[in-house]
Design a protein around this ligand. Structure first.
Ligand SMILES: *Cc1c(COP(=O)(O)O)cnc(C)c1O
Length: 375
């Protein structure tokens, strides 16, 4: 049954605008390989994030993560570890393996839904564990309130801090800095499910010009000027049509995010007296959806069932945790990750659409509050 309120509903530029862009592309006879639209898009992304930032576009964020891990740590031989939360999307841990490292799973912080800094510190201080780097995740695109502590922890141990901010383009950290400015580099996705929706696409943002060059080479078969392949590379380039859509979306992103934050504010106000918790700093995020924590596993399951029955496609997201997915079941971890289990059991993600009508938000609010009252 199609839901009357889908989980994700991207807004794209008017098709006539994209048709005109495509006519430009055909006229220039340049479809991919760092063409004029891609050059404009990557420059505009860098300017959007801030002075001195380089943006390297990719065909998607998973390839961007692989490139970034190999580009900062070198290609691994499968023996060293990269710290990553289990409460994330599987693309992060998978990209660690593709780059030749082992994911080392850490727990989550119950208040923020961000990775546990204490677990990461213990892993870095453990002389038995060879940690090459840290892939922290801005959960649901929300700027981690402790990001400065992650930066100092990584610096103290002389390992790169890489940030998976896939859903977080146009989010802000608690101190007002743009998500995209932290660590050695941050990664964004422009997948159709993210607030900045192109279809497929991604980017790495960094201040390190040499790293940016290396990432551009990686995504072009590892080719470096006149030498051919200088390292193991891939084809991970963003084609012109996607860059053109990205340029159009970039003009609209601030208004889109402001609108999504209004929907979030409606939920927050409606739930102010209910036993429903929002993750810290969600209000400064691009609000890919509104994840909340309910008091118990049974309350969450009942609320999810009630919403689905009312035609609302809510989700228990991210579930299952990555360390419990079959491929990752034998990967090392810091204990049995109890907070991750508790979050996965009680999290509920509510749809947030740009321009969401009042009937939709009030149906969602009413259904959720009734389900909690009945419990
Ligand atoms: C969406 C997402 C990705 C993957 O992005 P793609 O562009 O689809 O490859 C990676 N990490 C996180 C946390 C995500 O939410």
């Amino acid at each position: 049954m199609p839901y009357s309120i889908p989980f994700i509903k991207p807004v794209f530029p008017d098709p006539s605008v994209v048709a005109a862009d495509f006519a430009d592309i055909v006229a220039s006879n340049w479809y991919t390989n760092f063409g004029p639209k891609e050059r404009l898009f990557s420059a505009a992304l860098g300017r959007y994030i801030g002075e001195g930032y380089h943006a390297v576009t990719f065909a998607n964020a998973t390839l961007a993560l692989m490139a970034l891990i190999q580009g900062t740590l070198g290609r691994g031989d499968g023996s060293r570890h990269v710290i990553v939360p289990s409460f994330t999307f599987a693309a992060g841990p998978a990209s660690i393996e593709w780059a030749g490292y082992r994911p080392y799973f850490v727990d989550v912080d119950m208040d923020t839904l961000q990775p546990s800094l204490d677990d990461a510190r213990r892993a870095l201080e453990n002389p038995q564990l060879d940690v090459a780097g840290v892939l922290v995740c801005n959960t649901f695109g929300i700027g981690n309130p402790a990001i400065a502590h992650w930066e100092s922890l990584a610096a103290q141990h002389s390992v790169p801090l890489l940030v998976d901010s896939a859903a977080g383009f146009a989010s802000r950290y608690a101190n007002g800095a743009a998500v995209g400015t932290a660590g050695t580099a941050e990664v964004f996705s422009f997948h159709a499910t993210k607030p900045f929706a192109v279809g497929e696409g991604g980017a790495v943002l960094t201040r390190d010009a040499a790293l940016a060059t290396r990432l551009s080479e990686f995504q072009n078969f590892g080719f470096s000027s006149g030498l051919g392949s200088v390292e193991l590379g891939l084809n991970a380039k963003l084609q012109e049509v996607n860059a053109a859509i990205g340029l159009r979306q970039l003009e609209l992103i601030d208004a889109a995010v402001a609108d999504r934050q209004t929907v979030l504010a409606t939920y927050r106000e409606a739930f102010v007296e209910a036993p429903i918790r929002f993750p810290t700093n969600i209000e400064s995020s691009s609000v890919c959806f509104a994840s909340v924590l309910l008091p118990t596993h049974s309350a969450r399951d009942a609320a999810l069932a009630a919403l689905l029955a009312a035609g609302v496609e809510a989700r228990a997201y991210y579930s299952p945790a990555v360390h419990l997915q079959p491929h990752f079941a034998s990967a090392p971890r810091s204990g049995d990750l109890p907070a991750t289990g508790a979050v996965v059991d009680t999290v509920l993600s509510l749809p947030v659409h740009q321009g969401m009508p009042e009937e939709s938000t009030s149906l969602i609010v009413r259904t959720l509050l009734e389900s909690i009252d009945a419990a």
